[in-house]
Design a protein around this ligand. Sequence first.
Ligand code: 5AD
Length: 350
Amino acid sequence: MTSKLLIQQLYTERQLPRAKMQMLLTDAFNEASVRDELAALARQTAQSVFGAKIYIRGLIEFTNYCRNNCYYCGIRRSNTSAVRYHLSKAQILDCCRQGYGLGFRTFVLQGGEDLSYTDTAMAEIIASIKEDHPECAITLSVGERSYATYKLWKDAGADRYLLRHETASAEHYAQLHPAALTLANRKRCLYDLKALGYQVGTGFMVGSPFQTTADIVGDLAFISELQPQMIGIGPFIPHHATPFKDYTPGTLAQTLTLISVLRLMFPNVLLPATTALGTIVPDGREQGILAGANVVMPNLSPADVRENYLLYDNKLCSGAEAAEAKNDLAVRLQSIGYTIEECRGDYKES
Ligand code: 5AD
């Protein structure tokens, strides 16, 4: 079957059987003309749902302490060369205030699994942000916790939660993480979050060590089963102080292919052009949008800590990546025919 027919089937049925999906991915990873065709349909699909508009989220990387030791991640516990910081409640509220002034209506609190913030302390931070900015959405991205903790934070006012599944293969999961972390618990967290009524985001790194195309087909199948409201993907990029320092990064071609395929599978999903994509090529985020992404998440952390939230080498944190440079971002988006939409940007069923 030619890739043209596979793309047609994906477009009309919003899914492909596993073997056909694997064929299409293989073709698209290798051939620019296949990617271009996917991108054109995915872009048209995104525009039919969102118009030529991009949602923005203010990303506050509030702690780089982490109890975990993921083999790929620069803020893993064993990286003693990482310069650690965490923000106080007052600093976090200050970031939100600045972000609000800049036009952000979603705040994403992302951090390592830092238990120095107790569950109650986090709940108080969430409640205070909501009190200051009742019309804004709060997204949490702080890893694996219990149902009770997720419930406490939901009740305090959190709206959304980002937790990438990283890989839907248990064997591959074990190659990326120490034994203390399991795919089963990751999935348990995602289903707990859904059951509690969070808008849930999941996703994976593209081109992570040992990942096969069959693994990626499995990731797409898991995402279909979970039906998340948000999907975050970006290329794996090695960090010099991790066990994966010598592995090859994921490619632009693979990442753009997957953004387009995800958009065709899930027309309404909130799909960011990620920082990692902007890091591997200078116009990565623009290319991501042209391949079907509809969200960008500029950095709203205090300038002096940004350079320490290093999940991977050369991570972008200035220029149009910085929240205060929203005008630069607007100009870049305008150059590809898009505008920023200042609103919460919630998920909508069609
Ligand atoms: N390269 C790319 N993405 C990474 N992440 C962590 N380390 C890396 C890396 N080296 C991603 C993971 C995590 C998210 C917050 O960042 O997918 O879920």
